[in-house]
Design a protein around this ligand. Sequence first.
Ligand code: MCN
Length: 780
Amino acid sequence: MNVGIGARVKRKEDKRFITGKGKYTDDVRVENQAYAAFVRSPHAHAKVKGIDKSAALAMEGVIDVLDGGQLTGDGIGNIICGWAVTSKDGSPMNMGPWSALATDRVRYVGDAVAVVIAESQALARIAAEAVEVEYEVLPAVASAAKALAAGAPQVHDNAPGNLIFDWEIGDAAATDAALAGAAHVTEISLTNNRLSPNPMEPRSAVAIYDAAEEHYTLYTTSQNPHVARLVLSAFYNVAPEHKLRVIAPDVGGGFGSKIYIYPEEITCLWASMKTGHSVKWTGDRAEAFMTDAHGRDHVSTARIGFDANNRITGFKVDTIANFGAYMSLFSSAVPTYLYATLLSGQYDIANIHANVRAVYTNTVPVDAYRGAGRPEACYLVERIMETAARELGVDPAELRRINFIRAFPHQTPVIMNYDIGDFEANLDQAMAAADVAGFAARKAEAAGRGKLRGLGYSSYIEACGIAPSAAVGSLGAGVGLWESAEVRVNPVGTIEILTGSHSHGQGHETTFAQIVAERFGLPIENVAIVHGDTDKVQFGMGTYGSRSGAVGMSAIVKAMDKVEAKVKKIAAHVLEASEDDIVIEGGEVKVAGTDKAMGWHEVGLAAYTAHNLPPEMEPGLKESAFYDPANFTFPAGTYICEVEVDPETGTVEIVQFTASDDFGTIINPMIVEGQVHGGIAQGVGQALLEQVVYDDDAQLITGSFMDYAMPRADDLPSYNVNHASTICPNNPLGMKGCGEAGAIGSPPAVINAITDAIGNNNLAMPATPLAVWKAIQAAG
Ligand code: MCN
């Protein structure tokens, strides 16, 4: 059976997942186990005047109640954002202090004030209710626009006017001039609705302190355990790196929300040392809604200019980004380096300028959620293109076609250098697959039934493979995000791949094994993937930004190159041939054109039984590599959504959703399709259903699945997913990421389709039946 590149190999990991044998953090059972429950602020903004722990401490089985004063007293550092963004006046970002347990002030509903450690989870929760916190309630603000207004409540003393930074990219004067001279200017204002990530597995942590060794182990729901260890050590002062092991076992989805180090992980580690117990915390769904980093929450206005031939002359954007109450690890990168740098979309635009203001509010921190910045860019670009097409009276596909970038590499005015693509091929493929030619007839037929049909396009582009050190360095932003891998051939000829990537649903155990099995001609069962443990894997930057294929697998290829070179030397020595004549073929290491061959078990044995090796060669057969990409990869494509709207009720049915994606070389089409399906489901969720709502006092209104609508099977169509690929020239496998595309490309396609159907462009996400019905009434 072909298991190599392009094969639809079933996921190896699914056996344990679908038989309930996955091992998640909450499944970890250790000796001396105690449980943590957090005392959380019910107020969005308040001074903490006092904490009365006595009732909780008096309960039998309560081990301790710890607070922020004790935590900071022990030298535990503040949570910080690691990516510097400098305001246009040269000033650094205003980062407010964030202690894992609040000391004097709470800044959002759910901010942790104290932690109860008890002998059972139930007791810990009951005791947490018994902790009396005296608050002095302060005025609060939830909306970023309101937080910028004069007289708004101040979230942090060191961020006057709640402004974190006021950043710009591109040439303002040239863009203004281009718009002034344009034959037509289209203007749009829109909100990118705030979302809750909702992975199936809530966050969890188990901290184990070994007093004899002064050593900590943390099991946690992390997408990047090595980065967790690094920041826990370097920034938060929990333990020196060599005294801390971080393990991310099976993780039930992350979607970006498990990148960061959260207060609970820091607190559990510290509480374990403090109490002498192992400390476990598993959040419930309400805590997830309250405390998992949210996504999106942008308010933007944009103007785009066209010349008389409908070619874009300039694009100007002003965005306000809600950061919530604190800055988390990557938050500053999201509306800047991951958003504004993609505002050129698929189009040849000479002049772009974007201004981004990042703002504190009394809401939970906002950071990456599937796509992180790129969905916001795509939504703005693709909504304004569709709006412009309607204003200009040009077919929306044609307006895109006129403006597509056709020559590569292409340098945009907002930093990105697109390496390769064929945007027209994706548009053509999507239009054919969606039968756009037959749309008019379908619309007429639907009208006969009293229904409104609409068609919406979205030609998206994103930057994945985060992040080339050179690009990151030139942005002055922080660390380069390379990846590392180790390939170990065991003495019996099986192979272990140790990778710094972390799979939490993406199927790495299968796709990573596929490239190794194919390269060395081994059965896929003989290849194991090891990940998620800082004691086993040398280092890693983890999984986000659809980087594990393009960056993580490239590191594996680099390590395999080294292994192959050594294998050839060993075989040449044992088989008494020239190294140049050794080939790896059909699962054997052979002398080309002869029947002299070694199986992998013989090569493995030779490598470890040193007497078989050339005299100058070290024993063993394992190699490691670090791979730093030369550029981002640029997945792109066109999505076409067709909807039918019931004008009586405003109900929207997606009758057809067609995708044409360019992901470069595809390793496993089945896994890639699954990624696209999942991404589109989340994009449809954003477009039609999902929205985090805080009231004017910054109380969270959507605190459960009763209030926050996730897409269900009957909200989603059967997808029509197609591929038209260009091979990425910047990594050895020619891959581009696929993990976020669906969530990036789909929201504008859905909203463009609904607005087309109802004849009113003024419709915000989520397009609930009520919102759509109102828009229909407004359109008359
Ligand atoms: N792949 C492939 N061919 C390609 C590209 C990728 O076969 N041309 C395969 C890869 O080998 C990998 C999978 O597709 O098995 C996804 O690869 P990639 O696009 O590199 O993305 P990552 O593995 O880095 O995953 C991150 C991405 C992100 S950023 C989010 S958010 C997201 C997503 O993946 N979160 C997910 N998909 C998710 N899927 C699940 N089930 N759960 C999440 O939390």
